[in-house]
Design a protein around this ligand. Structure first.
Ligand SMILES: [Zn+2]
Ligand SMILES: [Zn+2]
Length: 203
């Protein structure tokens, strides 16, 4: 099955609608910015991903890299949200907390490219070979997860059914402005009926 790669496409506005990494997330009115369960610091916003049911916003704790269970979907070191399309009042730019590592070093526009490979890793390699720069690949949308370390499809905390894979997320285009997953890969999953989204990383 072809893979839909997310490709770095320069910078964009910090409150731009649609697919991007970094900047300020668009959120429902009254949203409160997530804090880390371990260090209690404000989390870092990673990406805004349009999906069939709405928009997913992904956060991770970047205050004490490696010390806040940032890799686990349920330990409170990261957070993902599914904001349904039909949300009343629409989405507005979030209020960013004054303290903590809240934002990536750059806002990246993203374009999508379809590559005819069966796995994400093969598609990423094929693109890197073609374009000479693997780090331009920021992840992928839809398809099947390509587990870096071990298969792990968590069940939805609410209905207990396996969650649906939505996206791979890479650390980013440049070391200086990228997220930190310990050199690994991020995975976004949702349960649309329950309006749940989760994030986990493997390295
Ligand atoms: Zn933390
Ligand atoms: Zn569910």
């Amino acid at each position: 099955m072809p893979q839909t790669l997310m490709i770095y496409d320069g910078t964009t506005g910090e409150t731009a609608p649609g697919l991007r990494t970094g900047g300020i997330p668009l959120v429902p009115v009254g949203f409160s910015w997530p804090r880390c369960a371990t260090c209690e610091g404000a989390m870092q916003f990673l990406a805004q991903l349009p999906v069939d049911e709405g928009t997913v916003a992904v956060f991770i704790c970047a205050n004490d890299p490696g010390l806040c269970e940032e890799w686990d979907p349920f330990d409170g070191g990261n957070r993902a949200y599914l904001f349904p399309s039909a949300i009343s009042g629409g989405l507005v730019p979030a209020t960013v907390p004054a303290e903590g590592e809240t934002r990536l070093g750059a806002v990246s526009a993203v374009r999508t490219v379809t590559v005819d490979e069966d796995t994400y890793d093969d598609a990423r390699s094929a693109y890197a070979e073609l374009c000479g720069r693997g780090r331009a690949v920021l992840g992928s949308l839809g398809g099947e997860p390509d587990w870096y370390y071990a298969d792990r499809v968590p069940n939805c905390p609410e209905c207990e059914k396996p969650m649906t894979f939505v996206a791979h997320l890479e650390e980013g285009n440049e070391t200086a402005t990228a997220a930190n997953y310990g050199g690994g890969l991020g995975y976004v999953l949702t349960c649309a009926p329950c309006t749940w989204a989760i994030f986990l990383t493997q390295s």
